[in-house]
Structure formats: C-alpha cells, structure tokens
Design a protein around this ligand. Sequence first.
Ligand SMILES: Cc1cc2nc3c(=O)[nH]c(=O)nc-3n(C[C@H](O)[C@H](O)[C@H](O)COP(=O)(O)OP(=O)(O)OC[C@H]3O[C@@H](n4cnc5c(N)ncnc54)[C@H](O)[C@@H]3O)c2cc1C
Ligand SMILES: NC(=O)c1ccc[n+]([C@@H]2O[C@H](COP(=O)([O-])OP(=O)(O)OC[C@H]3O[C@@H](n4cnc5c(N)ncnc54)[C@H](O)[C@@H]3O)[C@@H](O)[C@H]2O)c1
Length: 492
Amino acid sequence: MPSQQEFDVVVVGGGAVGENVADRASRTGLSVALVEHALVGGECSYWACMPSKVLLRAGAVLAAARGVPGAKDAVADATVDAAAVLARRDEIVHHWDDSSQVSWVESVGLTLLRGHARLTGPRTLLVSGETETEVRARHAVVLATGSEPVVPDVPGLADAGFWTSREATAAREVPARLAVLGGGVVGVEMARAYADLGSEVTIVVRGGRLLGNAEPFAGEAVADDLRAAGVRVLLHAETTAVRRDDGGVHLEIGAASGGPHPDASVVHASEVLVATGRRPRTGQLGLETVGLTPGEQLHVDDALQVVGVDDGWLFAAGDVTGRTATTHQGKYDARVVGDVVAARFHPDGADADGGPRAERDAAPWTRYRATADVAAVPQVVFSRPEVAWVGRTEAQARRDGIDVRVLRYDLADVAGASVASADYPGAAQLVVDQARGVVVGATFVGPDAAEMLHAATIAVVGEVPLDRLWHAVPSYPTVSEVWLRLLEAAGL
Ligand SMILES: Cc1cc2nc3c(=O)[nH]c(=O)nc-3n(C[C@H](O)[C@H](O)[C@H](O)COP(=O)(O)OP(=O)(O)OC[C@H]3O[C@@H](n4cnc5c(N)ncnc54)[C@H](O)[C@@H]3O)c2cc1C
Ligand SMILES: NC(=O)c1ccc[n+]([C@@H]2O[C@H](COP(=O)([O-])OP(=O)(O)OC[C@H]3O[C@@H](n4cnc5c(N)ncnc54)[C@H](O)[C@@H]3O)[C@@H](O)[C@H]2O)c1
C-alpha cells in the first residue's frame, strides 16, 4: 500500500523553474512539496546552460586575446586545453551531484520527494521512487517537468546511435570528427565549442541560414566565424540516412525541399549530435486523468494557469509550457506562478472566491502576470561572436502589423569597440515602432554582446520613448555608446 501525504502545493520537477516556483509559493506560509525523479537543479545545471558555457569559455578568451595587439602574439599558437576544459566542466556541474541544491531546498523549508510523479486525478498524484506515495495537493499542482530533445525520423539514425545535448555537454572525450544536425542554438553553440576543443566539425542545416529565429545578419556573422574556424557549414541540407561501421558514422545528405543542392552528399564523423529542437516533457505525467493529452505542451494563460482544466488548481511553468525555452524566462514565469499561488491560496487571505482580489484581478505588468513573455523575451546565443536579442525581430514586428523603422550600426565604428579589439566583429540593430516612438526589438552581435542586452530589455519592457532614451547617456569609451549612434541615426 502506498503511503499518503498532503501538502498545500505540489510542484513536479525540481529544475531551475520548479525550484523557484516552490520557493515563491511557500512564502505566505503554504506547505510545499517539490518532486524530482533525477537531479535537483534539472537540465540547466548539469546538461545545458552551465556545462555548455564552460565548454565555450576558453575558446572565447583566446579569441578575445587574439584581437588585442600586445597580447595576441602571446597566444598566437595557443589552442584550447581540452582536458582542462572538461575538468572545469566537471567542477561546474558539481560532478553531477545535487547535494548543494538539495541543501538549499531544505534550507528554504520545502519538502523534497524523490521519485517520478504522475497525476491520478484532480489535485492527486502518485510518486514512485524507492517507495510509492499518494500525494494530495490541498490547493494547487504546478508542473515544471521541462523538455526533451526531438529526434528526427532519419533512417538508420537510431541504430547508429547519436548524441543529444546531454552527451555533448557531458562528454568525457572529444570526438575527432563531429557532425551536428540542426543550426539552432544548441547546434551553433556546440559546433563552436567542439571546434575549439579540437574536433573537425560539420553542421548540417536544413534552412538557408543559422539561427533561424534571430535576425539574418546574426546568423551570417556566426556562419562566417564557424567557417573561419574550419567548420563545414552545409546549408539547405537534409540528412536522408545514417549508418555506423568501424570507420565511424556516415550521413547521407540531400537537398532540403526547395533549396539548392548542398556542398556535400556524404558526411563522415566519429559522432553525430542531434540538435533539432526540444518538446515539452508531458508524456509520462498522467495528463489523461485530468482531461489533457499526454505528449502535448501545457497551454497556460498569463497567470500560468493551465487552460482547459476546471477549478483553477493546475498550473505550469518553464519549458513544459512551450511558452519559454530559456532558464531566465522560465524563472520569470516561476516567480509569477509562485506569487499567484502564494496569494491566491494564502492561508489567512483565502476568501469565498478563492483568493485576494488583487491577484485575481491583476492587470498586465503586475507581479501576478507574465506579460513580458509576449513581446519582451531576451535570448543570448553564446556563439562567436555572441548573438543577443530581445523582443521582436524586424520580420516578427512586420508580421505583427507594426510600422517599423530599422536602425543598424557597425560596432567596429564605436570608440569602445576599438579599445576592446583591433578587429571587433559585430553590429547592433534597433527595431522601432514608428507610431509609438519606442523600441520593440534589439539585436547585438559581437564579443560580449550578451552583457549589452539588458539595457535594451529595459527599453523594450519600459516602452521608453526614443526622445527619453536620448537622455540615457552611455559612458565613454564603452561599446554601449552604440546606443547614441543608433539614436542619432533615428534623427535625434
Ligand atoms: C544544451 C543547452 C544549453 C542551454 N543553454 C542555456 C543558456 O545558456 N541559458 C538559458 O537561459 N537557457 C539555456 N538552455 C535552456 C534551459 O536549459 C531550459 O530552458 C531550462 O533548463 C528549463 O528549465 P525547466 O525547469 O523548465 O526544465 P528542466 O531543467 O528540464 O527541469 C525539469 C525537471 O523535472 C524533472 N522531472 C520531469 N518529469 C518529472 C516527473 N514526472 N516527476 C518528477 N520529476 C520530473 C526532471 O528530472 C528535471 O529535473 C539550454 C538548453 C540546452 C539543451
Ligand atoms: N544560450 C541559450 O539560451 C540556449 C542554448 C541552447 C539551447 N537553448 C534552448 O534550447 C532549445 C532547444 O535548442 P535547439 O537548438 O535544439 O532547438 P532550436 O529550435 O533552436 O533549433 C533547432 C533547429 O533544428 C532544425 N531542424 C529541425 N529538424 C531538423 C532535421 N531533421 N534536420 C536538420 N535540422 C533540423 C530546425 O529548423 C532548427 O533550426 C531552444 O529553444 C533554445 O532556446 C538556449
């Protein structure tokens, strides 16, 4: 017989998002359980953000030194020390040991349940671990079960064996030759990292450019860098078959529909990394017991409540919603849903309609609504050069019917960039809503561009008029002076 436990709130999934939901939800005194069947900390800490950034860092530092006369000769013949990078990666992921995160969970007063959770009906779950526990949530269940890689149905791929981002970020050895399927964020970051680590890399891209969700000039800059590093970039390329033999893995390449024939018809590699997107992890969650479809994303409203479930007890946040695909934005949603739950089911504040009106009637841009998810999402790709954008690209803005003006400036022409590097590659672009006179999108491409993004995020979220932005004076000589140049280009 399973044992039974009851909590005010049950959060399923102890990744970055679930941890933050649970912490915020407990702040008004609700009892909160966090259920995790693998490592507390989730994908980001052990197999995604953190290890991938470490794999990229040494190469980025060497590249930065190569741009500075006086330093560049010292590193002219230097290569990345792959063994040292992998050792640093092991430290950063705490050797895949989650005890420090478990300590934090306990220190903030949450109950950690180790095991796999499945819904068995409204507000009830079965948690299967070393023992089985029937868990009841008095008020709310929040699903934060993340996402899993999508593996394309290419003949022979499954039999040949392949890497996903997990194997790429946790590798113990650097393959002599790596084939990467997919030219999105994972594909681009891992192609660059493994090129630095010494692999001969080929990236197989269906479309005509890398980073299809970013501005085209960003993908072009990244492709130029990869090619300069010796990476073979195959555009308009479809992998039609894969096989493995003693000589390694062999990919047959055809033309993607509508495209010209790519530059190669076969790719030979030691390993193949599948980086063709991710889907919400909802297959084994018992969704059918509450009228939802297993395998599908969990549609949520701006309070992160799951649409189509009665009584307002089911919420979701993070990758599982298909609404966000980064840790920072998932954690933003986590703060919102945590605060919604803490307020709505406040032990002292619960009233006839289920919660304080301030939360129920909350307007956009209050702490109870994830308004920024709609058109102010920041994304950084730690490629070389880095690509960072927020809000809408030019194409998205036009699709949304906005009358846009696009302002672009070459970063090499900014004084700060010439100090940073004698050969600074990059550009910045603002997408301006002409009718409202505000920035609705911004893209920065260049070394350390990631660190310039937040100013643009504030401008987009704050809907700061251009004539007020004019008074935000960037310091001299920083690369951020590009803001001044862009505003001058706008006629200010
Ligand atoms: C290679 C790579 C690099 C990335 N780099 C970045 C980056 O630099 N910056 C960035 O912002 N984002 C990055 N991302 C995206 C980021 O990793 C995700 O957006 C983030 O991990 C999502 O967090 P989450 O909590 O929603 O899901 P997860 O981190 O996947 O956590 C979900 C947790 O739920 C658990 N779980 C699932 N089902 C159950 C169940 N039924 N019962 C119990 N437990 C369950 C899982 O074990 C897991 O621990 C990267 C992604 C990849 C793949
Ligand atoms: N720095 C970061 O914040 C960071 C880093 C890595 C990943 N992530 C997140 O993880 C998510 C997953 O990343 P991803 O790169 O796997 O997905 P993605 O959606 O960014 O890119 C997948 C690419 O694969 C292509 N593709 C699909 N099927 C294909 C096939 N059969 N053959 C060849 N190409 C194919 C798609 O056209 C697309 O360009 C992203 O949403 C991203 O936001 C974030």
